[in-house]
Design a protein around this ligand. Structure first.
Ligand code: SAH
Length: 341
């Protein structure tokens, strides 16, 4: 049975048309789900009994189950259990500009990035759209807050689950529903070039972030196997095309790994690579995990790297460190949970 949170407003209109009911019922249902946040069809009191019964037959309305929660000053980390017992994570970060949620898009991940905890579990399956929607709804309800920003940077490669992710974005962007602005949504990819090209045709103003993490193929091949399929030149070319088409600025994420990609010469090489591109670089202090041998760069090294990019006219920021206490790195909570058992 399909979950009702999988449906875009248009799909729900289509559904009502097909059962010979008026299309505006779709809007009513949407408002019950996303504005009034009811948990059962029975609570939708302006919809007649026969239709409610029909909805109950046709859709499930089950949310994800919160299995575990970790709390730190500015972070809340959630471990969810899916209906097939698989586990995924979401992380809520409190910024001065609002509440940002990091959601997972797959169970496990096939990208095998050397530094990343998520990929230790290979992809089991894609998440359905409702499983992504439910991460938002459950966290909002648990904390009694509204999420203002969304990043698709949890477990999984969003562009390896392209259709469900795009459907999910349509659902949460819908003004009659959660109404999260496209400009407040960021999709992060390890660099699946064909999907970046496809994404360039998406009319929504969603932000694109690229996990670059290296200034050349030699280093990138070592830490991100996806680079062997789509080397840096191809990746940069597709990003340029994306910018030309959309007029939107792209973010390059760059994890600072001690003695791997954090030297002065790498900063110079990165500056050359990105020269003239409408982008900014987000330097990410590496979140060390017990299973992986990479070390985080020293603070001074990160500052030097930052200064070199600045000097070369590259827009650059350093990401605030969140959740050291709560194992906030991608995939860490699930991984630790499995070990505890
Ligand atoms: N697969 C997508 C999105 C999920 S990963 C992607 O690769 O972009 C989200 C971001 O977290 C990526 O930039 C990833 O490289 C980074 N990341 C993974 N493990 C990390 C760690 N231990 N510390 C800091 N950043 C990490």
């Amino acid at each position: 049975m399909k979950n009702i949170y999988d449906y875009r407003l248009e799909d729900l209109k289509e559904y009502f048309k097909n059962i010979n009911e008026k299309e505006f019922k779709a809007t009513q249902v949407y408002e019950w789900l996303y504005k009034k946040r009811v948990k059962s069809f029975d609570e939708m009191t302006n919809i007649k009994k026969e239709v409610i019964e029909r909805l109950k037959q046709d859709f499930s309305i089950e949310p994800l189950k919160i299995l575990k929660k970790q709390i730190d000053t500015d972070v809340r980390k959630y471990l969810f259990e899916l209906s097939d017992k698989n586990k995924i994570e979401a992380v809520l970060m409190k910024h001065d500009y609002g509440n940002s949620l990091c959601v997972s898009t797959q169970v496990g991940c096939n990208m095998s990035c050397a530094f990343c905890e998520s990929g230790r579990l290979k992809k089991v399956r894609n998440l359905n759209s409702y499983e992504m929607v439910s991460q938002i709804i459950q966290v909002e309800e648990d904390l009694n807050i509204r999420i203002s920003h969304l990043v698709l940077m949890g477990i999984g490669e969003p562009f390896d689950n392209y259709d469900n992710v795009m459907n999910f974005i349509d659902i949460i962007n819908e003004p009659k529903g959660i109404d999260l602005g496209a400009r407040h949504i960021t999709v992060s990819t390890s660099g699946l070039v064909p999907k970046i090209n496809e994404f360039a045709n998406n009319p929504k103003q969603v932000n694109l972030a690229i996990s670059l993490h290296a200034p050349n193929n030699e280093i990138r091949n070592k830490i991100m196997p996806i680079n062997k399929a789509y080397p840096i030149e191809q990746l940069i070319e597709s990003v340029k095309k994306y910018i030309n088409k959309t007029n939107r600025r792209v973010t390059f994420e760059y994890i600072m790994l001690k003695n791997i990609n954090d030297q002065e010469k790498h900063a110079v090489e990165l500056s050359k690579l990105l020269k003239g591109i409408n982008c900014y670089v987000n330097l990410i202090p590496y979140n060390e995990t017990s299973h992986i041998e990479f070390k985080k760069s020293e603070k001074e090294q990160i500052m030097k790297f930052y200064d070199t990019l600045k000097k070369n006219n590259i827009n650059v920021t350093i990401r605030k460190e969140f959740g050291k206490k709560v194992s906030a790195a991608c995939g860490q909570l699930r991984s630790n949970y499995e070990e505890e058992k």
